[in-house]
Design a protein around this ligand. Structure first.
Ligand code: SF4
Ligand code: SF4
Length: 140
């Protein structure tokens, strides 16, 4: 039986509408002491103030399972699962891309968070990229 705080394989997460949580900020890459993570971020098409991870790779042959990347992520896009059976014959199979990491998240965390603007209702007032951004009130 695994302990509740077991640190297994890493995963990328989505919101309940399927949107990837990751905003491509690179903080996990900066926090990782073992240079496991490589993020290539880009603008969300048509929404120049929003970014996403165009590419996200993890070289799990180097991971220490320290959890610093999970703690560094500002939007809880990363999580550690309880998966441990990852023995392979070819260690190139442990170089995981974004789709593989999202698939691990999908099968492990079926209960997903709502998007941030539905969790924090006044967030839309500060996010200029929100589609339902309220009009500015004219100053007196
Ligand atoms: S768990 Fe630690 S070593 Fe592994 S990717 Fe995250 S920060 Fe890097
Ligand atoms: S997983 Fe989190 S910390 Fe890493 S790039 Fe994405 S949003 Fe930033």
């Amino acid at each position: 039986m695994l302990p509740d705080n077991y640190r297994g394989m890493l995963a990328l997460l989505r919101y309940d509408d399927g949107t990837e949580k990751c905003v491509g900020c690179d903080l996990c890459e900066a926090a990782c002491p073992s240079r496991v993570i490589a993020v290539v971020s880009a603008e969300v098409p048509g929404e120049p103030t929003k970014r996403y991870a165009r590419e996200y790779t993890m070289d799990m042959t180097r991971c220490l399972f320290c959890g610093l990347c999970v703690q560094a992520c500002p939007v809880d896009a990363l999580a550690m699962t309880r998966e441990y059976e990852w023995a392979v014959y070819d260690k190139r199979n442990l170089l995981l891309n974004k789709e593989q990491l999202l698939a691990i998240g999908d099968r492990t965390f079926q209960a997903r968070d709502k998007r941030l603007e539905y969790q924090h209702l006044n967030l839309a007032f500060f996010n200029v990229a929100a589609s339902n951004h309220p009009p500015k009130v004219a100053s007196l």
